[in-house]
Design a binder for this molecule. Sequence first.
Ligand SMILES: *[C@@H]1O[C@H](CO)[C@@H](O)[C@H](O)[C@H]1NC(C)=O
Ligand SMILES: *[C@@H]1O[C@H](CO)[C@@H](O)[C@H](O)[C@H]1NC(C)=O
Ligand SMILES: *[C@@H]1O[C@H](CO)[C@@H](O)[C@H](O)[C@H]1NC(C)=O
Ligand SMILES: *[C@@H]1O[C@H](CO)[C@@H](O)[C@H](O)[C@H]1NC(C)=O
Ligand SMILES: *[C@@H]1O[C@H](CO)[C@@H](O)[C@H](O)[C@H]1NC(C)=O
Ligand SMILES: *[C@@H]1O[C@H](CO)[C@@H](O)[C@H](O)[C@H]1NC(C)=O
Ligand SMILES: *[C@@H]1O[C@H](CO)[C@@H](O)[C@H](O)[C@H]1NC(C)=O
Ligand SMILES: *[C@@H]1O[C@H](CO)[C@@H](O)[C@H](O)[C@H]1NC(C)=O
Ligand SMILES: *[C@@H]1O[C@H](CO)[C@@H](O)[C@H](O)[C@H]1NC(C)=O
Length: 691
Amino acid sequence: MGFRCMFKVLALFAFTLTVTATPVAGQAKAGCQSNCGNISIPYPFGTGSTDCNISKRFFIRCNTSFNPPKAFLTTSDIEVLHISVNGYLRIQYSVGYDCYNSSGSAYYFDAGFRLSAFRISHTRNKFTAIGCDTYAYVEGFTGRAYSTGCVSFCYDVADLVNGSCSGIGCCQTALPKGVTDYELSFDSYWNHSKVLSFNPCSYGFAVEDGAYSFSVSDLSNINFSKRKFPIILDWTIGNRSCMEAKMDVDNYACKQNSDCVDPENGRGYLCKCLHGFQGNPYLSNGCRDINECETLKPCSGTCHNLPGSYNCSCPKGFEGDGRKKGTGCNPKVKPHFPILVGTLGIGMSLLFSLLCSSWVYLGLRQRKLNRLKQQNFKQNGGVLLREQLSKHEEYGEIAKIFTLEELKKATNNYHESRILGRGGQGTVYKGLLPDGRSVAIKKSLIGNQSQVQPFINEVIVLSQINHRNVVKLLGCCLETQVPLLVYEYVRNGTLFDYLHNATHTSIISWEARLKIAIEAAEALSYLHSAASPPIIHRDVKLTNILLDENYNAKVSDFGASRLIPSNKEQVTTLVQGTLGYLDPEYFHSSQLTEKSDVYSFGVVLIELLTGLKAVSFERPEHERNLSLYFVSVMKEERLLDIVDGRVLNDKNIKQLKEVATLARRCVRLKGKERPTMKEVVSELQGLRAIE
Ligand SMILES: *[C@@H]1O[C@H](CO)[C@@H](O)[C@H](O)[C@H]1NC(C)=O
Ligand SMILES: *[C@@H]1O[C@H](CO)[C@@H](O)[C@H](O)[C@H]1NC(C)=O
Ligand SMILES: *[C@@H]1O[C@H](CO)[C@@H](O)[C@H](O)[C@H]1NC(C)=O
Ligand SMILES: *[C@@H]1O[C@H](CO)[C@@H](O)[C@H](O)[C@H]1NC(C)=O
Ligand SMILES: *[C@@H]1O[C@H](CO)[C@@H](O)[C@H](O)[C@H]1NC(C)=O
Ligand SMILES: *[C@@H]1O[C@H](CO)[C@@H](O)[C@H](O)[C@H]1NC(C)=O
Ligand SMILES: *[C@@H]1O[C@H](CO)[C@@H](O)[C@H](O)[C@H]1NC(C)=O
Ligand SMILES: *[C@@H]1O[C@H](CO)[C@@H](O)[C@H](O)[C@H]1NC(C)=O
Ligand SMILES: *[C@@H]1O[C@H](CO)[C@@H](O)[C@H](O)[C@H]1NC(C)=O
């Protein structure tokens, strides 16, 4: 069989690798025409004045006699449809054809074009031929010699399938890599004589992959020869590699925040904005920071856009990388907390069988019990607390939620011998945690749903207080009907015991009392100022000032009075024990303020000065309220009559008098006439200094 070359479409292209990247809107050089019709012309391409294109080959000819205007490559008749700064451009070009009539060869179209600077992308185009008696070739000679092509036959229109280019009526082949020129030729075995009725022509064209879909009707459509198809051309800057180009600083095309990219195959180089930037790397300041926060919305937490990147952070109280694709933001919890909750069932059954307490039911009953605990946990605001804890900032200081089992074990099932004290607000037990820490566990007297929210807040606020003179709240347990609070255990008991109980034979010196008073005052002052809204202790009294092994004061029970139910009846019961300390204004306003703490603290000072009890049923009726009694004695200037004789001496008499004056100011009936805790602290410190 004799192949005859019917015509040649000569197309010389230099080939290079396409740098695939997402196309971004290009920009022209400043002062240059940025588009031709609706085609934008990004630098290094340019049109109009000579400075607008980086070199001759990047000149775009804009012909405004068309409407809309058309863009052409340099001086050629190749129309440009799109220019990308990412190293490619889309042109459109005619198909080549080879047609026959019954006499044989009838006509052909020689659509050859020649370009030195641009290359047909081998990755984004397909060489396509259609015809039923068609040999189509692509050959190259000027660079690396190559030859490829495809064959398409058919004998019957019925055999043809729309959209299929597998060799029946239509064939496709890839264009080789590394090809520097392009030559198209056709041949026909039967001169189309056997298919002339429905396919007189062979057609060949390079086309952007996916831009052409074979249609059977194209074989017979004589107008197909007038079609134009898009072709992707690759471009690069110059003919030097990145390394070479970078050494020629003056002509190096890549500007700020961009880097040079060597095309995998071929000469020249490309510029690419650095990761996190986008724009035109060939223009000065062309690469602009991408606001990933807006474009990607990558964070589940807070997104911070940074030059070239972004970071995600989690709101306070949350941890994780903050990324949607990463760990996200998860509530911060003590490491063992979720485990405790998660393994509630398993852990419990284990502990139960060990404890064998009388009320512990075996078998199925345990489940019921667990349900009850879960229910209590919920009722007591466990879920709420867990939420709050996770929202809260200071992770390290946040309270732990203890399980009932832990606390039962720690208190030897709330054994009598473990009771440290009973009060209006509950019973306090000594507990021993598995890690060896001693704790004080208080069974609170609440259980009213309306108290849940304040209780939760309380726990959160208290658990974060970190002051050396404040007893630390370690956590709580919510599985019982009444919440259990877990505090740091303070070894030496209450100041009340030291001052009033006969069991303590050693009396506290005045110096020690003053030190304790200052420390307690500092703690209260801290509470009043550290948080907003201020934390009001509301139940300052001797029994709530604890002493550690070094006789450092630790204000305890703090904030507990906030748990006083609003219900009036209970109020009276609850405050009864501490009546002598209670702010008289409370009876008018039913409100406890910072100044209420100042009042109570004044009473404490009086106790330290006199050794008398705030409420004493041993004294005559009119003397039962210590502060009133004290004030009346002060008025009569009989202070020394009631000062604790065990601490009074010549040296400290001045100091004692000063403290008495301060105490008197603290217990003024009107809150606003009392000093603040801060003032109390500085006055006491000043008094100690003058000694
Ligand atoms: C330009 O305009 C033509 C005709 O109005 C339209 O077919 C073509 O899609 C437009 N190109 C772009 C990039 O908008
Ligand atoms: C831009 O292209 C035009 C036309 O080819 C040419 O005259 C001019 O020198 C080119 N500009 C640069 C900077 O090379
Ligand atoms: C624009 O196109 C018209 C019609 O093809 C042609 O006559 C004219 O010379 C072209 N002008 C330029 C500047 O290329
Ligand atoms: C075939 O095409 C040739 C060239 O165009 C023409 O001279 C000839 O008359 C045509 N033959 C028929 C049968 O149309
Ligand atoms: C192929 O598609 C054309 C329209 O593009 C349609 O007219 C023709 O019937 C289709 N032929 C087959 C075999 O599906
Ligand atoms: C095809 O046409 C050529 C002349 O154009 C002729 O030499 C050749 O014999 C023909 N082949 C067939 C198979 O008709
Ligand atoms: C080819 O184009 C011409 C003019 O554009 C039109 O008159 C004719 O019908 C077309 N033929 C086919 C088969 O579409
Ligand atoms: C690069 O191009 C310049 C002119 O643009 C030419 O003089 C030089 O020989 C070329 N270098 C290579 C390695 O092709
Ligand atoms: C995120 O970026 C902001 C702004 O520069 C910075 O303040 C913050 O510390 C960063 N966060 C992380 C987790 O790197």
